[in-house]
Design a protein around this ligand. Structure first.
Ligand code: GDP
Ligand code: MG
Length: 167
């Protein structure tokens, strides 16, 4: 049986890039514009070691005033139901309050959550992420915490190991 892995996080943190690079092919749509991924896109990673079905979600927006955002939020959260693992992706250089809001929502499910700190290649002061990790960890118990660079393919093998261990 293949495991289901949902990729969630606010727009532009690199969710589509992460999925594409783990699959090694261009499946999802990446763009600077936050709302490109309107629908869930599934990708399948299949090798001798694991079979994982990735669900790339639209970004979760804290501004629920705009209807489009609300609809996208619903699509994103519905993706969390019936998955085996959630990859909660943040931008290592730009953690924001939106991220914590998203996390609160994720916390309403029982699914294990891996904190993926993406764009590690852009983090100038590596030490600065330690207090952030602490703050997050105070609010939430992560199954694992993995720093990666989706764009530069850094530490993606480690992330795949972690994913495999939860499927
Ligand atoms: P999504 O909205 O979360 O799906 O984000 P995308 O995958 O569309 O990426 C948003 C932008 O961030 C794009 O310009 C990507 O090239 C860039 N990006 C994604 N991952 C990384 C990374 O690891 N490092 C850097 N420097 N940029 C990244
Ligand atoms: Mg996307």
């Amino acid at each position: 049986r293949a495991g289901y892995v949902a990729i969630v996080g606010r727009p532009n943190v690199g969710k589509s890039t992460l999925m594409n690079h783990m699959l090694g092919q261009k499946l999802s749509i990446t763009s600077r514009k936050p709302q490109t991924t309107r629908h869930r896109i599934h990708g399948i990673l299949s090798n001798e070691e694991m079979q994982a079905v990735f669900v790339d979600t639209p970004g979760i927006h804290s501004n629920e005033v705009r209807l489009i955002n609300e609809r996208m939020n619903k699509a994103a959260f519905s993706a969390l139901v019936d998955v085996d693992l959630v990859l909660f992706v943040v931008d290592g250089e730009q953690w924001r309050e939106d991220d914590l809001l998203t996390l609160e929502k994720i916390g309403e499910t029982d699914t294990p959550v891996v904190l993926v700190i993406n764009k590690a290649d852009t983090i100038k002061d590596k030490g600065s992420i330690l207090p952030l990790i602490e703050t997050y960890h105070e609010n939430f118990e992560f199954a694992d915490i993995v720093p990666v660079s989706a764009l530069k393919n850094q530490n993606l093998e480690r992330l795949q190991q972690v994913i495999r261990s939860h499927l």
